[in-house]
Design a protein around this ligand. Structure first.
Ligand code: HEC
Ligand code: HEC
Ligand code: HEC
Ligand code: HEC
Ligand code: HEC
Ligand code: HEC
Ligand code: HEC
Ligand code: HEC
Ligand code: HEC
Ligand code: HEC
Length: 314
């Protein structure tokens, strides 16, 4: 048997109930707005500094000077550009139970997105064109992991550590280990830094490289490997990382494997005596590659411009 659907009649009682509900809701909303930053007003740096005298050092930072010079934001207005208008916070005078206290933006409990957005209001320029969607952004890394506005360990670039590599090593311990291997990029020696190859703010390329692809990156400093060559060794033009690791290796010349095994990954034909450690070949008189590295003879392994350099021996 079907039940008769109950109709909702607008009796005077239910009308009053609904009206009352709306009034309560409206009250809570307006109560919230009075404690939100909307109502807070700008008070200026002098007011902030009357309680936060220790922050006065910001005045001498290049950041503060540039904000005035390039953005026309005078020191007096600078604090609240980042922290938001502070009148309610100032009125709370440090009383954390006063709802006004927390209206100041401290960045401590902010989400990664909020921190980054605050900085990007001024820094959405060339260098950070690919911040959004970059690996660091996606993994919740914030500007403040690498930069500090008030207490940088390195004034130049406002870094959170003494130098760039130390900033990266906070999280990339594996890379720290790699660049200590026998053969490595001269990063510890100070001849180059991570940002010569990576843009920590993200880039259009995989692994946040500063070039369109791996080879274009390597050619920036190893232009002689670019070619074009009369005789090209195809894996070289394809990807340097077929044979080299980018940071450091226990093998000579940052190779991914020792010679001759590296070459034997691809060359194992019997015509040439290139199976150096093959038990059968090693007994053959003509096997002159035993105990030698292929590159002893094939010295122009990246490509040759010699008319008879087909085999990269000259
Ligand atoms: C009347 C004094 C007073 C004034 C004025 C004042 N503050 Fe504060 N502020 C405090 C006190 C006290 C604390 C708590 C400090 C602590 O616990 O170490 C605080 C904390 C903060 C915090 C950290 C908030 C948190 O979530 O922990 C920030 C950021 C801050 N103030 C910025 C400002 C800025 C910017 C201004 C100017 C717009 C300002 N303050 C004006 C007294 C003041
Ligand atoms: C460019 C943005 C920026 C400007 C301008 C700025 N701050 Fe900050 N402030 C920050 C950030 C970000 C933090 C979080 C810690 C850090 O990175 O150093 C912070 C932290 C603080 C804190 C400590 C909060 C805590 O966690 O205890 C206080 C207090 C403060 N700022 C006050 C000021 C005052 C006063 C001024 C102006 C003289 C000012 N700030 C100018 C970005 C800024
Ligand atoms: C109101 C604008 C403004 C805001 C907000 C701002 N900055 Fe800046 N910042 C500047 C200006 C202007 C410069 C100098 C020119 C430049 O390098 O782009 C600068 C420079 C820098 C530099 C380079 C310093 C150097 O020595 O080369 C870093 C790093 C930096 N800001 C980080 C931050 C971080 C992190 C935040 C967020 C907490 C932030 N900025 C928020 C305006 C701002
Ligand atoms: C993973 C670490 C890291 C993060 C995260 C990071 N930076 Fe940087 N940033 C650096 C390093 C390292 C340099 C110096 C690079 C150089 O010398 O070319 C730098 C340089 C800068 C500079 C000055 C040079 C330039 O490119 O204009 C600004 C401005 C800057 N960063 C802003 C930001 C802002 C804004 C954010 C957040 C959206 C941010 N950075 C996030 C590491 C980082
Ligand atoms: C706060 C931690 C943190 C710091 C500091 C940091 N990174 Fe990262 N980085 C990460 C995380 C998380 C990833 C994601 C991959 C992973 O889990 O290793 C990553 C990934 C990368 C990648 C690989 C990108 C990809 O697409 O796979 C590169 C390159 C990189 N970081 C470079 C740097 C450089 C250069 C610095 C110093 C300027 C730096 N990072 C500092 C956390 C950090
Ligand atoms: C000579 C250029 C160069 C320098 C300098 C360099 N890198 Fe790299 N890095 C690369 C290349 C190329 C790759 C990509 C490797 C690949 O595609 O497998 C890479 C990959 C990475 C990755 C991702 C690793 C993975 O397995 O996904 C991280 C993280 C990284 N680099 C961090 C750093 C840090 C931190 C520094 C500084 C200490 C640094 N790199 C210096 C060229 C460089
Ligand atoms: C920013 C410049 C720069 C970039 C980019 C660069 N290199 Fe280098 N590379 C150097 C310097 C400097 C040395 C050390 C040369 C020396 O000490 O004589 C070096 C050395 C090497 C060595 C010899 C290491 C040894 O133990 O003798 C190899 C192999 C090498 N790089 C491969 C690469 C590859 C592959 C890439 C691309 C992923 C690359 N480089 C990108 C600057 C660069
Ligand atoms: C087929 C493997 C292979 C590929 C691919 C390769 N290399 Fe090499 N590379 C070698 C070998 C083997 C050596 C060591 C030669 C020696 O010891 O005489 C070497 C040495 C080097 C050196 C140090 C000695 C020198 O010649 O300057 C640099 C720099 C270098 N390679 C850069 C590159 C770059 C850049 C690329 C990509 C364009 C690349 N390599 C691709 C095998 C390769
Ligand atoms: C990733 C695979 C790979 C590695 C590793 C590699 N090669 Fe090659 N090599 C090739 C390819 C592909 C060709 C082109 C073959 C062709 O054109 O028939 C080639 C061509 C050559 C040639 C010219 C052969 C011909 O018939 O024209 C020589 C010589 C050579 N490689 C030597 C070496 C040496 C020495 C090493 C070690 C340092 C090495 N290769 C490492 C893939 C590789
Ligand atoms: C003693 C010098 C020498 C050594 C060591 C040597 N080669 Fe060769 N290789 C040559 C010469 C010369 C040629 C030119 C072809 C010929 O005359 O037979 C050649 C030709 C080649 C060719 C192309 C012809 C063919 O047989 O496919 C390849 C590939 C090659 N070598 C790979 C290697 C590898 C891999 C090693 C290390 C295991 C190696 N070679 C060690 C001298 C040498």
């Amino acid at each position: 048997m079907m039940r008769k659907p109950t109709r909702f009649f607008l009796t005077p009682f239910s009308a009053a109930l609904i009206l009352g509900l709306f009034m309560v809701l409206g009250r809570t909303i307006s109560a919230e707005t009075t404690t939100s930053t909307d109502k807070a007003e700008f008070v200026g740096a002098q007011t902030c500094l009357s309680c936060h005298a220790d922050r006065d050092s910001f005045k001498n930072s290049s950041h503060a000077k540039n904000m005035a010079r390039m953005k026309g934001i005078e020191y007096e207005k600078s604090c609240e550009t980042c922290h938001g208008p502070g009148s309610l916070h100032a009125a709370a005078a440090g009383d954390k139970s006063n709802p006004g206290y927390a209206t100041i933006k401290s960045f401590k409990n902010s989400s990664s997105a909020d921190v980054n957005a605050a900085c990007l209001t001024c820094h959405q320029d060339q260098g950070r064109l690919h911040w959004a969607g970059g690996t660091h952004e996606k993994r919740g890394v914030t500007c403040l992991n690498c930069h500090s506005v008030h207490n940088p360990k390195n004034e130049k670039k406002l870094l959170t550590s003494v130098d760039e590599k130390s900033v990266c090593f906070q999280c990339h311990q594996d890379i720290k280990a790699e660049i200590r291997r026998n053969s490595h990029m001269p990063i510890l020696e100070g001849k180059m830094s991570c940002s010569d190859c990576h843009n920590p703010h993200g880039s259009a390329t995989d692994k946040m490289l500063v070039a369109d692809n791996v080879n274009q990156l390597c050619f920036k400093c190893h232009a002689e490997k670019r070619g074009p060559f009369l005789w090209t060794h195809s894996p070289v033009q394809e990807n340097c990382l077929t044979c080299h690791v980018p940071h450091g290796s226990h093998n000579d010349k940052m190779l991914v494997a020792k010679l001759p095994m590296l070459c034997q990954r691809c060359h194992f034909n019997g015509g040439h005596n290139n199976a150096a450690y093959d038990a059968v070949n090693i007994s053959r008189q003509e096997n002159r590659s035993a105990n030698k590295s292929c590159a002893n003879c094939h010295s122009n392994i990246h490509g040759s411009n010699h008319p008879s350099g087909k085999f990269f021996v000259r």
